[in-house]
Structures are given as structure tokens and as C-alpha cells.
Design a protein around this ligand. Structure first.
Ligand SMILES: Cc1cc2nc3c(=O)[nH]c(=O)nc-3n(C[C@H](O)[C@H](O)[C@H](O)COP(=O)(O)OP(=O)(O)OC[C@H]3O[C@@H](n4cnc5c(N)ncnc54)[C@H](O)[C@@H]3O)c2cc1C
Length: 464
């Protein structure tokens, strides 16, 4: 009887314990399902599918070099995937499947559906927690429940892991040609080529960040014109790199990082714990997978359905330069800086009073790092409906955010060429200056809302 490894969002060889165990058990076949209908239902961005395909091509070669065949099978959706997997197991006399857990509700239901029949025919599915350090459900408060606030979650997480030294699990390194041609989500307009997919380049990206940028991360992480963050989110989202691997790398330089949570270096690890927090939340509160508010108190908020305002936000034409530059960064590159995600999410949900679910969806459709748990967490944080969220009365002023985090307008000018010649002191809200220059020079969009009035409208709506 044969063993198979089932790749999902864990597209790596290194630090992939489940794969390692499968290989120990004689695995010669690996499997990946293209589930285009499901991806469409989940709003997976075409640029992320492109990255996924490129990474699978690369993995396929590596695995083949090591005697493992990667079978890429068209499953359609998760229902089809379960049927195809069952057929594959019959055809290849498979009795053991190894895989890493996915925590989202449809993925859990897919696994349960497979297990229902698999058990009867003697096929086992062994699932590992390869996407997180702490498996969901293992960091709990004294009543045995999930924390509802990040800081005590982080402290409990640290208590469990501060003495752990993470290490690399090097592995042998697969391919059978399969056609992606039918996959409509792939198109040349959405190429992810700027993001390398080979392990050597990725190792350089990780090492460079940890050696050169980690210490300045705390000071530079909020400045979008500087490359002060790791840029690793697309790889974490697809499991191309693992949190274990990243923390192991940090520990090589800063051995006591997990016991010095006030240090500069920990600031970055703290973000990895946020990622983990949001993963634990979607498991503890399955409603988060179903587009529901974490905090039901805000269910009565009357969101506006204004298509023109929503379109202006999507296209980067709100007349607020930092918001517009950020949205254009997303449209042009498939990625957006974290500070800007907070600013644009706040602008949509507070200034425009448009439902966070619309923004969440738009992000998923365009982000190369789209990830249900982190995206939902980020959106509900900004909309104040989330767990440990921004209080509703703290509303980002997009002009002051711009003055603080892009003081010279460097980031704005990069994405809004219309504003290239506007002096620094006017760049954050250039309308009065542009009006003085005459209409010829004013090619920029008028502001779609007045900050003060919009703020008051949001306060009133949330008070209700
Ligand atoms: C409205 C909104 C939507 C978001 N949607 C996503 C999403 O779909 N996918 C996604 O990976 N992140 C999302 N984030 C979190 C964050 O913006 C990105 O993870 C970060 O910008 C990625 O850049 P980086 O890899 O350079 O991050 P770094 O600053 O280098 O952080 C390292 C890693 O930590 C994790 N991380 C960092 N910040 C957060 C955070 N606030 N919440 C959870 N994990 C975090 C990411 O995996 C990131 O790669 C969202 C944030 C907001 C406010």
C-alpha cells in the first residue's frame, strides 16, 4: 500500500514535517488539486494563483529530482477534489495520506467529507499543524477559552514557547506535466514574476531581511516609501516559507528573542504572533469564516451602499492622495503596505461608511498574499467590528496619516504622477493649491467626502 503527500497551502520542502513523515513512510507520489471554482468563490486573486502555479512548477522539478512525482489534478471545487482524491487513492493503492491542516471552514469540511468515506475503505489522512507554531485551541485563557484580546494571547503564547529553539528540518526535495491552460484565473495581466519562487532566492530574501532590516524594523515598518518590512506575506500565505523557519532564523542571530518581548527584534516576531492570533480566532469563532461581525453589537450599523464611492475607492480616485496611492499600489503590484491597509480600510468603513465585507472581498481579489484569517482580522480591526479592534471613535485622519508616514510625499508621487510637481506642504491634500494653479494643471480627483463631515457621520452610525 502506498503513501501520498497532499500539498495545500504549504508549498515548501523545508520545515514541512508532514512531508518529512510521508517521505519516511515511503512516499513516492505527491498531489495538488487545482480547484478553480472554489478559488473563485473564495475570491482568490489571479496574481496569487500565478505565484502558486510558478511555485508548483518549481516544486515539481525539485520533487522529480528526488524520485517523487507531483500529480496536479483538476478538482473543480472541494466536492470534486474529494471525489478525485478517492479515485486517485483507488487507482494508486494509497492507504496513507499526509497533509498540513487548513483552518478555514470550507477546508475543514472538505477534509471531513473525505474522511467519512476514507475510513471505511481503510485510508488514513494524517493532518499536521505546519502553518502555525501553536495549533489553534492550544493557547487558552484560564477558563479554557480563546482569548479575546491580543496581548494576553501573546503573553500566553510566549510562556509556552519562550524556551523553545526552533530549527530547520532539511528535506529531500517533484513533476508530472499538467495543463493549467484551462484555468481562467491565470492571465498574463496578473503575473507574479517579481516574486521569486526558487528556494535559493527565497533564502536570500529571508536572510537579507533578518540580517539587514530586523533591527530597524520597529522604526521603519510604518513608512511606505521605505522597504522596511519583510515582504514575506505572499510566501507565508501559500506556506512557501514557514513561521518555524523564520523564527529559527531570527534565533540564530538573537537567541533570546522569545524571552525579550520588549526588544526591537521582537517587534517583528510580534507580527507573526498576530498572524497566529487571527488563525486561532477563525477556529474558535467559525462565524468569522462566514462574513459575520465578531462583535455583534455592531450588527445594526447601517452601511451605505454607494457604488460611485466604492468604485472611486477601488480605483484610487477618492481625492485623498495617501488613500489613492495605496489603492494604486495594490492594483499595480498586488501588494499593499500594512500601514496603508489600515488607512484605506478605515477610509472605506468610516469615511465612506461602506461595509467592511466589500473591502475585504476586494482585497482578496487583488492581494498576492490574500489570506482569509489575516484579511478578515485586519478588516474587522479597522471597521471596529472585530476582536480587540480599533475603537469605533478612533478614526484615522487620512491627511494626518499622510503627513506622519509619508512626510515628503515620496510614496504618493510614486503612484500618483498627477501630483509630481505639487510641493511637499500641499501634497497631502492638494486641492486648494491645485485650484490656485488653474484648471489646466489640476488633473487630480476632487475629494469625494469632507473629512470632518464624514467622521461625524461614522460616529453617528456607530453610536446607533
Ligand atoms: C485591512 C487589512 C487586510 C490585511 N489582509 C492581509 C492578507 O490578506 N494577508 C496577509 O498576509 N496579511 C494581511 N494583513 C496584514 C498585513 O498588512 C500584512 O501581513 C503585511 O502588510 C505583509 O507585509 P510584510 O510581509 O512585509 O509584513 P511584515 O511586517 O514583514 O510582517 C511579517 C509577517 O507577519 C504577518 N503579519 C504582519 N502584520 C500582520 C497583521 N497585522 N495581521 C496578521 N499577520 C500579520 C504576515 O504574515 C507578514 O508577512 C492585512 C492587514 C489589514 C489592516
Amino acid at each position: 500500500m502506498n503513501t501520498v503527500f497532499w500539498f495545500r497551502r504549504d508549498l515548501r520542502l523545508f520545515n514541512n514535517l508532514a512531508l518529512y513523515q510521508a517521505i519516511e513512510n515511503g512516499c513516492k507520489d505527491a498531489i495538488f488539486f487545482i480547484t478553480e471554482q472554489q478559488w473563485q468563490r473564495h475570491d482568490v486573486a489571479p496574481i496569487q494563483i500565478d505565484l502558486l502555479k510558478r511555485r508548483l512548477d518549481y516544486l515539481g522539478q525539485l520533487l522529480a529530482d528526488n524520485g517523487i512525482t507531483l500529480h496536479i489534478i483538476d478538482g473543480g471545487d472541494y466536492h470534486g477534489c474529494v471525489q478525485q482524491l478517492t479515485a486517485f487513492c483507488k487507482q494508486h493503492a494509497v492507504s496513507n495520506i499526509y497533509a498540513n491542516k487548513e483552518y478555514e471552514i470550507n477546508e475543514v469540511e472538505r477534509d471531513q467529507a473525505f474522511l467519512k468515506d476514507a475510513d471505511e475503505v481503510g485510508i488514513s489522512l494524517r493532518l499536521f499543524d505546519g502553518d502555525v507554531i501553536a495549533p489553534p485551541g492550544t493557547v487558552l485563557n484560564q477558563s479554557g477559552e480563546m482569548f479575546k484580546v491580543f496581548t494576553p494571547f501573546k503573553n500566553a503564547w510566549l510562556k509556552q514557547y519562550q524556551d523553545t529553539h526552533f530549527y530547520f528540518q532539511p528535506l529531500p526535495a517533484m513533476f508530472s506535466p499538467i495543463t493549467w491552460q484551462g484555468c481562467a484565473l491565470l492571465s498574463t495581466d496578473n503575473t507574479s514574476h517579481k516574486w521569486p519562487v526558487d528556494d535559493e532566492s527565497l533564502s536570500q530574501v529571508c536572510n537579507r531581511f533578518i540580517h539587514d532590516k530586523l533591527l530597524s524594523y520597529k522604526d521603519q515598518r510604518d513608512i511606505p516609501s521605505i522597504k522596511g518590512t519583510s515582504g514575506l506575506s505572499p510566501y507565508l500565505a501559500l506556506g512557501v516559507v514557514s513561521v518555524h523557519q523564520l523564527i529559527a532564523l531570527v534565533q540564530q542571530q538573537h537567541i533570546d528573542v522569545l524571552s525579550s518581548s520588549k526588544s526591537n527584534v521582537f517587534t517583528w516576531v510580534n507580527e507573526l504572533v498576530w498572524r497566529e492570533f487571527y488563525r486561532h480566532l477563525i477556529v474558535a469563532y467559525p462565524k468569522l469564516n462566514k462574513y459575520q461581525n465578531f462583535n455583534e453589537k455592531y450588527d445594526p450599523v447601517q452601511w451605505r451602499s454607494d457604488d460611485a464611492d466604492f468604485t472611486a475607492w477601488c480605483q484610487g480616485k477618492t481625492g485623498y492622495p495617501l488613500v489613492d496611492a495605496a489603492m494604486r499600489q495594490l492594483l499595480q503590484t498586488g501588494w499593499m503596505h500594512n500601514r496603508l491597509r489600515m488607512v484605506v480600510a478605515s477610509f472605506l468603513t468610516k469615511h465612506l461608511l461602506i461595509d467592511w465585507r466589500k473591502g475585504e472581498r476586494f482585497f482578496m481579489q487583488h492581494l498576492i498574499d490574500g489570506d482569509l484569517a489575516s484579511n478578515n482580522g485586519g478588516w474587522q480591526w479597522a471597521a471596529s467590528t472585530g476582536c480587540d479592534a480599533q475603537p469605533y471613535f478612533r478614526i484615522f485622519n487620512p491627511i494626518t496619516q499622510s503627513e506622519r508616514f509619508d512626510p515628503e510625499g515620496e510614496f504618493i508621487r510614486k503612484y500618483i504622477p498627477e501630483l509630481t510637481s505639487v510641493p511637499n506642504k500641499h501634497i497631502h491634500f492638494p486641492h486648494a493649491y491645485l485650484a490656485l494653479q488653474g484648471s489646466e494643471k489640476n488633473k487630480y480627483w476632487p475629494a469625494i467626502v469632507d473629512h470632518k463631515a464624514a467622521r461625524q457621520r461614522a460616529l453617528d452610525a456607530f453610536k446607533v
